[in-house]
Design a protein around this ligand. Structure first.
Ligand code: ADP
Ligand code: MG
Length: 268
């Protein structure tokens, strides 16, 4: 099992992958993208998944999100709110590198989309949108359109829209990969705050090892194709953390070493 030393108290939802395999295509064209990946993410744990490009990170996230089915193995999302744990298949919130906002809708209307889908009343939606805008520190930007915002602000909107799903599991696929370093640092702080406040369970994909060290309770390293878990390490550096601190740099250096060995091995 995992030790989620800094996990927010009160989180209730875990994610378990058991022997998950994913094959794309058939016959001679079959691509083994994931090979028997087993991973338990504890309630409230922040796990960062790192690995070289093409190693299956997005595949794994999409499987957990339920966008695609594994070829083998099982994925379970378990909510322990009640006395008896219920194994269910809710759709976790998924966020990508590109904010993928609807350009013709205002910021508020973008955030409102999942609320509409969930059937909230107009009043409830208005209130919830205001709360979410506050959460991502965009209170005064509800009436803007996406093209009027910076990349960092667009990702905040995307985050708010994902949070509007009100799901206890947040899946993030290189969400800050396209941002400049300063904006990214700011969003790390924001995400950490939201993770704690909302007691979320987070599976965060990045190829940026420093980012992983900055954010994670635990870093999980995937090998190059087929993706297998080849190394894991808890990050025990106390929060709040700084991405440029010596402690985080040391964690990142260790993981980078492993990653480099793996990429080198694969390239031969
Ligand atoms: P990562 O996110 O780590 O860069 P992906 O999960 O996107 O990696 O891809 C893993 C491997 O699976 C890659 O070799 C990729 O080409 C292949 N792949 C991904 N999606 C598909 C698909 N829909 N059909 C066929 N191959 C795919
Ligand atoms: Mg990817």
């Amino acid at each position: 099992m995992t030790s989620a030393t800094t996990a927010p108290a009160g989180a209730t939802t875990s994610v378990a992958l058991a022997g998950v395999t994913k094959v794309y295509g058939r016959g001679e064209n079959a691509v083994l993208a994931l090979d028997r990946v087993s991973l338990d993410v504890a309630p409230g744990e922040f796990v960062c998944l790192v690995g070289a490009s093409g190693c299956g990170k997005s595949t794994l996230l999409n499987l957990v999100a339920g966008l695609d089915q594994p070829s083998g193995g099982r994925i379970e999302i378990t909510d322990r709110t009640g006395s008896a744990p219920s194994v269910r298949r809710p759709s976790p919130g998924l966020m990508f590198q590109e904010a993928a906002l609807f350009p013709w809708l205002t910021v508020a209307a973008n955030i409102e989309v999942p609320l509409k889908l969930r059937g909230l009343s107009r009043d409830a939606r208005r209130q919830r949108v205001a709360e979410l805008l506050d959460t991502v520190r965009l209170r005064d930007f509800g009436r803007r359109r996406p093209h009027e915002l910076s990349g960092g602000m667009r990702q905040r909107v995307a985050l708010a829209r994902t949070l509007a799903l009100d799901t206890p599991v947040l899946l993030m696929d290189e969400p800050f990969g396209a941002l400049d370093a300063m904006t990214r640092d700011l969003l790390h702080d924001e995400l950490e705050r939201i993770w704690t406040e909302r007691r979320l369970t987070v599976l965060f994909v990045t190829h940026n090892v420093r980012e992983a060290a900055r954010l994670a309770d635990r870093i999980v390293l995937l090998s190059s194709r087929p993706g297998r878990i080849i190394y894991q390490t808890p990050v025990t550096t106390p929060r709040p953390r700084r991405i440029d601190s010596p402690e985080i740099a040391a964690v990142a250096a260790e993981v980078t070493d492993r990653l480099r060995t793996e990429v080198g091995r694969h390239g031969q």
